[in-house]
Ligand binder design. Structure first.
Ligand code: COA
Ligand code: ZN
Length: 304
């Protein structure tokens, strides 16, 4: 195996993690959690999304949340945007980077953001120049890159074509998302390895959901083909409201624990991160799927 020496974690807990919860999480709690995560050493935080409050009521406070965040030179606050309206609002809110979302499959894109993939690409072509004028870089996230809950398999060639278009349009990073946990490690190795070989110039990220227990194994497969940017959500919370039976992302503290145990640096304070997961559990009022937050790090010794 050829593993990287360091990895950048992107926290999505206050966005992906919270977006589909029924009970509104008070804005002050979202702000507290975002600042705690930054304090634990997370440098990139997808803190919220500028989407229709009718579609996702939980994210209705995006502007208020962004306005209250601690601005630090070492932290990039990077909200998700689905369209030009969202991009304008996100730029007004002083985002450090935008993450434009689209899917690899039309059925999912239509369910999620009510447009075809082609229309999404047209949106990207309008968003990038706007962001550029404001000096803000744009990443793209491709949902259903490893399978669609409605259409099934998504050919790697299709994902490759969308990657090409996004780069052509001026995105400087493409994150491949496994929205409903359909990827397996061999598929990740083949698909992502193939894409990286074809486009060595592209900065790829990976976004795994642990819906079928393959999340950490998929991270491992991504590492083995050289990907160094991973999304994760504190405590393993989350899921897309427009994907049937979706569940949480890989838990940030579980990924960080695995990486650090393997000697891969993340720059994150694991104990502080576990503290974030425990606080998130208190805020949400229930147990979270993360495992290291319950078992503690491997290095902990118990009294005999
Ligand atoms: N933020 C806030 N409001 C928005 C918006 C945005 N990004 N985009 C559109 N709107 C508003 C419009 O102003 C309009 O408001 P009005 O009814 O008061 O006139 C209304 O929403 C409908 O606009 P329209 O462009 O027709 O949107 P739509 O109904 O076709 O929905 C999306 C498209 C993209 C806005 C919506 O599907 C959405 O927000 N999806 C996000 C889903 C999501 O977050 N999924 C999980 C993350 S991947
Ligand atoms: Zn997700």
């Amino acid at each position: 195996m050829q593993l990287p020496q360091s990895v950048t974690m992107r926290e999505v807990g206050t966005r992906d993690g919270i977006q589909s919860l029924g009970a509104f999480v008070p804005t002050e709690h979202k702000i507290e959690m975002a600042n705690l995560l930054a304090g634990a050493g997370l440098k990139r935080i997808e803190v919220t999304s500028f989407v229709s409050p009718k579609a996702v009521p939980q994210m209705a406070d995006a502007g208020e949340l962004m306005a209250a965040l601690e601005r630090r030179p070492d932290v990039s606050w990077e909200p998700l945007v689905p369209n030009l309206i969202g991009a304008r609002k996100a730029l007004d809110a002083r985002s450090d980077r935008l993450v434009v979302v689209l899917a690899a499959s039309d059925t999912f894109n239509l369910k999620n953001i009510r447009m075809t993939v082609e229309d999404s690409l047209r949106n990207v072509s309008e968003i990038v120049p706007l962001a550029r004028a404001a000096g803000v870089p744009v990443s793209a996230g491709i949902a259903t890159s490893f399978g669609c809950p409605y259409e099934g398999d998504v050919p790697a060639e299709r994902v490759g074509q969308i990657v090409d278009r996004l780069i052509e349009l001026g995105c400087d990073e493409v994150s491949l998302a496994d929205t409903t946990g359909m990827a397996n490690p061999l598929q990740v190795e083949r698909t992502v390895g193939g894409l990286r070989e074809r486009r060595p110039d592209v900065q790829f990220g990976l976004h795994f959901h642990n819906t079928r227990g393959m999340g950490l194994a998929n991270v491992m497969a991504g590492l083995n083909v050289g990907v160094t940017v991973y999304d994760a959500s504190i405590g393993g919370i989350g899921g897309c409201p427009f994907a049937p039976r979706a569940t949480g992302n890989v838990a940030t503290e579980d990924v960080v624990h695995m990486l650090e145990e393997m000697g891969i640096q993340t720059g994150i304070d694991l104990d502080a991160l576990i503290g974030c997961a425990q606080r998130m559990s208190e805020i949400l009022g229930h147990e979270l799927p993360g495992q290291v937050m319950k078992a503690g790090p491997r290095a902990v010794r118990h009294a005999a």
